[in-house]
Design a protein around this ligand. Sequence first.
Ligand SMILES: Nc1nc2c(c(=O)[nH]1)N[C@H]1C(S)=C(S)[C@@H](COP(=O)(O)O)O[C@H]1N2
Ligand SMILES: [Mo]
Length: 343
Amino acid sequence: MSNKFTKGLLKKSPWHIKDAEVTPEVVFKDRRNIMKALGFGVVGASMPSVAKADIFDLFGKKEKAKQFLTIPLPFEKDTNYAGSEIVTPYSKVTTHNNFYEFGTSKKAPSQNAQNFIVEPWTLVIDGEVDTPLKLDINDFTKLMELEQRTYRMRCVEAWSMVIPWLGFPLAALLKKAGVTSKGKYVAFETLHDPEQMPGQKNRFLGGGIHYPYVEGLTISEAMNDLAFMAVGLYGKTLPPQNGAPIRLVVPWKYGFKSIKSVVRISVTSERPPTSWNQLAANEYGFYANVNPFVDHPRWSQASERRIAEGGLFSAKRIKTLPFNGYGEQVADLYRGLDLTKNF
Ligand SMILES: Nc1nc2c(c(=O)[nH]1)N[C@H]1C(S)=C(S)[C@@H](COP(=O)(O)O)O[C@H]1N2
Ligand SMILES: [Mo]
């Protein structure tokens, strides 16, 4: 396996490495974890470093894709859940992304997802519901009342943004289907289409995740008003790199819970598997509530880098708040739960 591709990819793959201040120790441990996740067993300590070229360059995918078309969306309500905080510039929100289906570097999704086909699109709502639903892309904006929600977004890698989403509460959708008394959890699934998503075709490009990407919430989390289905940002439909045409946004949890490009929402009686938990259960729990008091095994969660604050090319180090500052709305959901064990 020791060819120039695998070396380059393993060196490059962030695999949830904090994107700044990565110490050699972290990189080393991380590489071992990647190798383990990919099924290669124990790995030697010495791996030569390679140039920082985007991984897709290694595979000769260089043609520039045409820009994905986003269209303006009208909305009824506008709620700012980020106080006086500065909204992250559109240019950063749409070029600093995690969407491993399109590659693991921060730039890869914006570079590789521009030809993503979102029409036709079907979102299925099924499982423990009275009326299973099948919505097409136009239903998202026709059946649901759109609102703008400006939320903080905190990645588990200790960076954050403030993003003005457009969409509707997840609860509104679940109420349309009607959750039965057996419904205790909600499972989410991203599109599985290896022809469109190079990371699903090649396990190195996809960071070792077992696709399709899956996520989950408890039913009470899903019914909380903050849990949001986004179909747009900055007043327009979602660019593919941000999860077009529809993605979850759970602002009090680490970003990886906010699953992109969703095709299925199933209400279940059992806790569903979740992608990052499957990959490294000791590092990524089911709950994944933002918590400055529970560090990631490989880095601190006490503070975060607010992207592009204090200038487009810089970031401001700020304190991380419990539940990402949304404790007033969600802390009650976890009463009696030990959040150091249920991380
Ligand atoms: N399907 C899918 N959803 C995903 C991811 C992914 O790799 N695949 N990455 C997650 C992570 S780690 C983060 S931080 C957010 C990033 O959302 P953004 O790029 O819109 O800021 O998307 C989440 N949703
Ligand atoms: Mo993330």
